[in-house]
Design a protein around this ligand. Structure first.
Ligand code: NDP
Length: 516
């Protein structure tokens, strides 16, 4: 609901235009009678009542919640308020070993022997429960991660359920997915996920693994373990046989203990390229299957024939969605030189309307940065951008007094050598570069160690096709950005990793194909 107040209309503001108010929140000016009617959004917080937080959460091993072997716990903090949310059992290497042995037993005794149509029933059940409990998941996810409720409610949770629906459909159709071959499960899958899409990354990993007949040990990120532990409850509610899914939160080291455990057959990791390299070394020399989904520094390329207003929406979605904490974020805008000025002008106007604040407020566009450490990393890289000579623009907006918040940021005058053009910032920071010809755009877009995603904005279909062929990126969006679908494979080239998640390709990563 909007609150209204009467004010004098400034000369510059035309009817229906959007202007910046003192605290950076937008005011829309009334039409018709000459009287200016600016209005602002009233707070619209989602109720926390739908979530019942436990004081302490255990490890989920063998269908039961148990304390860690040394009894230690850690605290998960709400990044928007800095308040502790709950204590979590801190898994150890011994707990990981226990979880892997439990998953192995479940694979041998129950899950690995179940026909696909029976496995499908459990996956369908999980999908349905996720939908039934979607509000609870959305609120918990926003509290634990800092992401805006409108994203957890409309993107993360529905997409997580969609992955279970989708892979449930494949569980009894593996013969059709891999015609002429016999698809066998690999065994125990070790899965390590990051903090930017906690529930969604869990679904990307667990759904295809279970559909193909594998069992799972999953380690969530230390700053966002709660939705995974709520998912443990979903597994119990769905009567999933004990040990098929095991969830062990704890520090990074236990992730290494997990992937090097000899009882593991398959490793799937999503996170930073730095840790991805360690995982790669940890798995090298073994016969474990491996997929790595790592960082990115995507180019979002806007040609002079693109519809600029739509492109602006795509650019904003590309870099400010989930506070820019997205591996495939369009963090480098490549704008054709002839339109760079109007494009930046439109972008600045649009930035002024972005609402930064309480993640649980339904009107919030940019929530809290996931952790203090991540906020420090963003702050450091932005300072480096200024020191190296790029020009910074941030809309005027008040940030909450507590919590880890960062203003949407735009850098112009960026050179390819600048750190902000090369390094994954993982925050709401856009670096603008320019190009003259398609060749130059390709050269600049591909001039990165990463190769996860890219975007192309143009009116010409032929240009889209020619750019897509030459861009070294696993996913290329045309006249849109950050679109995800369970049927579509996702993954990278170069330092963005290898292997694909999603679609039939995602299923392939969890099976061994044999001749008939
Ligand atoms: P990490 O890569 O460190 O974390 C990802 C996951 O790996 C977490 O579950 C983490 O556990 C775990 N992990 C950490 N160390 C090890 C290890 N030695 N062996 C096995 N598993 C390990 O990312 P961060 O959370 O530290 O973020 C750092 C940077 O990485 C970000 O600033 C961002 O640039 C990038 N990043 C990229 C992501 C992507 O999807 N491309 C996702 C997340 C981060 P724990 O949480 O306990 O440390």
């Amino acid at each position: 609901m909007a609150t209204m107040a009467t004010e004098t209309k400034p000369a510059a503001a035309s009817s229906g235009a959007i202007s910046r108010s003192g605290n950076g929140t937008p005011s829309r000016w009334g039409l018709g009678d000459g009287a200016a009617i600016p209005w602002e959004y009233a707070p619209a917080p989602e109720s926390r009542d739908v979530v019942t937080l436990k004081e302490t959460y255990g490890l989920f091993i063998g269908g039961r919640e148990i304390p860690s072997s040394d009894g230690e716990t850690f605290v998960s903090v709400n990044p928007a308020t800095e308040e502790p949310l709950a204590k979590i059992a801190r898994g150890t290497a011994a707990d990981m070993d226990k979880a892997v042995r439990t998953a192995r037993r479940a694979f041998q005794r129950s899950w690995g022997k179940l026909p696909g149509r029976e496995r499908a029933k459990y996956l369908f059940r999980i999908a349905r429960i996720l939908q039934e409990r979607s509000r609870e998941f959305a609120v918990l996810e926003s509290m634990d991660s800092g992401k805006p409720i409108k994203e957890s409610r409309d993107v993360d949770v529905p997409l997580a359920a969609a992955h279970f629906w989708y892979y449930a459909g494949w569980a009894d159709k593996l013969d059709y997915a891999f015609p002429g071959r016999v698809a066998r499960p690999l065994g125990v899958a070790a899965q390590i996920i990051p903090w930017n899409f906690p529930l969604l990354m869990l679904a990307w990993k667990i759904a295809p693994a279970l559909a193909a007949g594998n069992t799972v040990v999953l380690k969530p990120a230390s700053t966002t373990p709660l939705s995974a532990l709520l998912f443990a409850d979903v597994c119990r509610q769905a009567d999933l046989p004990p040990g098929v899914v095991n969830i062990v939160p704890g520090p990074g080291e236990i992730g290494m203990a997990l992937i090097t455990n000899p009882g593991v057959d398959k490793v799937a990791f999503t996170g930073s390229t730095e840790i991805g390299r360690k995982i790669f070394k940890g798995v090298a020399g073994s016969d474990k299957a491996l997929t790595l989904e790592l960082g990115g520094k995507a180019a979002n390329i806007v040609f002079d024939d693109a519809p600029l207003d739509q492109a602006v929406e795509g650019i904003v979605n590309g870099i400010y969605f989930n506070q820019g904490e997205v591996c495939c974020a369009g963090s480098r805008l490549l704008a054709q030189e002839s339109i760079v000025e109007p494009l930046i002008e439109k972008l600045k106007d649009r930035l002024a309307t972005i609402r930064v604040g309480d993640p649980l407020d339904k009107n919030t566009d940019v929530g809290a940065i996931n952790s203090k450490a991540q906020l420090e990393k963003i702050t450091e890289l932005v300072a480096a951008g200024r020191a190296e000579g790029a020009e910074m623009y941030q809309p005027a907006c008040d940030l909450p007094d507590r919590g880890y918040f960062f203003r949407p940021t735009l850098f112009t005058n960026v050179a390819q050598s600048h750190r902000i053009a090369r390094e994954e910032i993982f925050g709401p920071v856009l670096s603008v570069l320019t190009f003259r010809t398609p060749d130059e755009a390709i050269e600049k877009a591909n001039n990165t160690a990463y190769g996860l995603s890219a975007g192309v904005w143009t009116d010409k279909g032929s240009r889209i096709l020619s750019m897509v062929r030459r861009l070294k990126a696993g996913v290329v969006w045309a006249n849109t950005f950050n679109r995800f679908d369970p049927t579509s494979p996702f993954g990278g080239y170069k330092e963005s990793g290898f292997g694909r998640e999603g679609g039939m390709h995602g299923l392939h990563a969890y099976v061994r194909l044999e001749d008939r």
